[in-house]
Ligand binder design. Structure first.
Ligand SMILES: *Cc1c(COP(=O)(O)O)cnc(C)c1O
Length: 342
């Protein structure tokens, strides 16, 4: 299917806002074009609307062309923009695996778009055929998340590719936890599939949840649509500067990931032997989904000891499950000690 036929007509016809920084690009000695205050350098100036310096650094690390990158205010922004670009409220729908990350459903609700859930199997995996069967001519987006939150596992790569190949809309693969995974990112598949949209984030392995920087990767035609709808200066100067500092320290990130993966294995083993723990599910992320005898009770007892985990008891397939983030060795020991004392 042609991309134009997937896009909402109002977005296709939209003439986007053109900022001062859009109309003049390049270096000048005197800037009198944006009604900025000439004092209070450097934050007096509007930031680069398309964040080229940051994108060039990301492009080098991810081995991708900068024109294939969108940057937003966390992953929340490209999730919402995908709805606003492709889904006509009260007409179109999206399909997602269940259970998965809650923001896909919330953004559907905000945009008044029907959200169709397809239950994962008992290994928390899916089949492309089941997912595609839930689609109809009004399905614009399919949401996959790999490694999946809250289950922790990576989805079957062949089934993800099969979904992309057989769906005439956009397939979003959220790779927020990809740095912790033994599986290869789908970034390398983008050049083969013009309907694939991959999300990553600075919030997890990059240790920068507070700065709010999300990445989306796709063919330039999709990136251009996201850029058309975003707020003109959606990523502020402080975030862009901070991201450049972090991108220069990618060896730190590799070191953190290495430690967290060691701690993940240690925590897996200790939890498996702990009282009340019935099952520790396999994980490819920086958290563990753990089935316990009574999740609500254990959650409450841990809170009383000052330890907060995520109670996922009410989610599909997650009855009596807690989601536990891998912390520092000290934090993980504190969790285990608390479990033995409750
Ligand atoms: C944590 C997480 C994100 C990150 O969201 P940000 O808005 O970038 O902080 C995205 N997707 C999933 C599945 C997550 O668990």
């Amino acid at each position: 299917m042609k991309l134009d036929q997937l896009v909402r007509p109002n977005i296709l016809n939209l003439k986007p806002y053109s900022s001062a920084r859009d109309e003049f690009k390049g270096e000048a000695s005197v800037y009198l074009d944006a009604n900025e205050n000439p004092y209070n350098l450097p934050l007096n100036r509007y930031p680069d609307p398309l964040q080229w310096k940051v994108k060039e650094k990301i492009a080098a690390i991810k081995k991708i062309d900068p024109h294939w990158i969108f940057l937003g205010n966390g992953s929340d922004e490209p999730i919402d923009l995908a709805y606003r670009v492709f889904c006509e409220p009260a007409v179109d729908n999206v399909v997602a695996i269940d259970p998965t990350y809650g923001m896909y459903r919330v953004a559907a609700g905000v945009n008044n778009v029907e959200y169709r859930k397809v239950l994962l199997n008992d290994r928390f995996d899916f089949s492309a055929d089941d997912l595609l069967r839930a689609t109809d001519q009004h399905t614009k987006l399919i949401f996959l998340c790999s490694p999946n939150n809250p289950t922790g596992n990576s989805l079957d790569r062949d089934q993800m590719i099969k979904t992309v190949e057989n769906f005439s809309g956009i397939v979003i693969v959220d790779e927020a936890y990809i740095n912790f995974s033994s599986q290869l990112s789908l970034l390398g598949e983008l050049e083969h599939y013009s309907n694939l949209l991959v999300f990553q984030t600075f919030s997890k392995a990059w240790g920068s949840a507070a700065v709010r920087l999300g990445m989306a990767f796709a063919v330039p035609e999709i990136i251009a649509l996201l850029n058309k709808v975003k707020y003109p200066y959606n990523v502020n100067r402080l975030t862009q500067d901070y991201a450049l500092q972090m991108l220069a320290k990618s060896d730190h990130v590799a070191e953190w990931v290495k430690i967290l993966l060691q701690e993940r294995t240690r925590l897996q083993n200790m939890l498996a032997a702990a009282p009340f723990v019935e099952k520790v599910y396999p994980t490819d992320a920086n958290f563990l989904l753990v089935k316990v005898s009574d999740a609500n009770a254990l959650y409450g007892k841990l809170i009383k000891k000052g330890i907060v985990v995520r109670n996922r008891h009410t989610l599909s397939l997650c009855g009596n499950c807690l989601r536990i983030t891998v912390g520092t060795p000290f934090e993980n020991d504190a969790l285990i000690a608390a479990l033995y004392k409750v």
